[in-house]
Write a protein that binds this ligand. Structure first.
Ligand code: CP
Length: 334
């Protein structure tokens, strides 16, 4: 079934995800040149910065024959309120209800990037801003990274793994890495979900205190079970890299410290020297490829030696953002 919105991969059938990859491979090979967006405009709403997402969406829309309208609330467009029934006497100029309902008179779909603020875990885990877009829009909404999910990234990641290894399931490590400040969980959440949906054996390594969302983990376990894969969680960094085909590094903040970033910074200082992907750890794997969504801080998340090694596929991942997003847009924007 063709999804109306593209907000996260869970809820989408494996066949639909496979179709996205198949279509993206055709786009990449240039065998598929359909211009499904001729005469159509797509809004790209960026509350937060971007290189890959913004450039690949803009180029993808152009290559499909369409026109990208880029809006930056709080930057070059009005600040936006998304909460219901608030007295707007603060710094927000326009309500999302009007913003969306005006915008959809001009465009055929709306892409949204809105990061977690890392202030209120219980609230942000519900993806309030993205959900408000989906609620008010009668046109398809595409998640370009929200508080909880980055499905365009995870589909590009699955495409990259497929290109490297074919259809057989792989032993995949998602490893937490030290970073000077807490970051959102959207990338690890979506990567773990998609890796499970594609039936891989997924190992997640992180220090105690950096667990992913409980409900999401249950969902990931269900997907793994239903698709012939498995899930393993470890806090043992030395064991984590053994018998692994794919190493995916990412830093994320602890849900225990949402609202208290200085406490997270103090706590994570314990892990600075160990939780980095380096050649020694990569040598414990089964000649694994190295993946990261980028941007990645060199010699913080991953050493130069690994980043610049033949094992690193980070540039391929970034390229595949273009192809998979074209596949997604060509499918859902009718
Ligand atoms: N990976 C990713 O989404 O990159 P940008 O933040 O540069 O868009």
């Amino acid at each position: 079934m063709i999804p109306y919105n593209f907000l996260k991969t869970s809820g989408l059938a494996r066949e639909t995800l496979e179709e996205f990859i198949k279509s993206a491979v055709y786009f990449k090979s240039r065998e598929k040149t359909e211009k499904t967006l001729v005469g159509k405009s797509i809004a790209l709403v960026f509350f937060d910065p971007s290189l890959r997402t913004r450039a690949s969406m803009q180029v993808g829309i152009y290559e499909l024959g369409g026109n990208a309208v880029i809006l930056e609330p709080g930057g070059t467009s009005w600040t936006l309120e998304h909460r219901e029934n608030v007295v707007m006497d603060g710094d927000k100029t326009e309500h999302l209800k009007e913003f969306v309902r005006v915008l959809e008179r001009y465009v055929s779909a709306i892409g949204v990037r809105t990061f977690a603020e890392l202030k209120d875990w219980e609230l942000e885990r519900t993806d309030p801003i993205l959900s408000a877009f989906a609620k008010y829009s009668t046109k398809p909404v595409i998640n370009l990274e929200s508080a909880m999910h980055h499905p365009c990234q995870s589909m590009a990641d699955m495409m990259t793994i497929r290109e490297k290894f074919g259809k057989t399931k792989k032993k995949v490590l998602l490893t937490w890495a030290w970073h000077p400040k807490p970051l959102p969980m959207a990338v690890p959440n979506s990567f773990a979900l998609a890796a499970a949906q594609f039936g891989n054996d997924l190992r997640i390594a992180h220090p105690k205190g950096y667990e992913l969302d409980n409900e999401l983990m249950r969902e990931i376990e269900t997907h793994a079970r239903e698709n012939g894969g498995s899930i393993e969680i470890t806090n043992d960094l030395n064991q984590a890299f053994e018998n692994i085909d794919v190493v995916y590094a990412k830093s994320w903040g602890s849900k225990n410290f949402y609202g208290f970033p200085e406490k997270d910074v103090e706590f994570r200082a314990n892990f600075r020297n160990d939780w980095i992907v380096d050649e020694t750890k990569m040598s414990r794997t089964d000649n694994a490829i190295f993946m990261h969504c980028l941007p990645a801080r060199r010699n913080v998340i991953v050493t130069d030696a690994v980043m610049d090694s033949p094992a690193s596929v980070v540039i391929e991942q970034a390229e595949n953002r273009l192809h998979i997003q074209k596949a997604i847009m060509a499918t859902i924007i009718k």
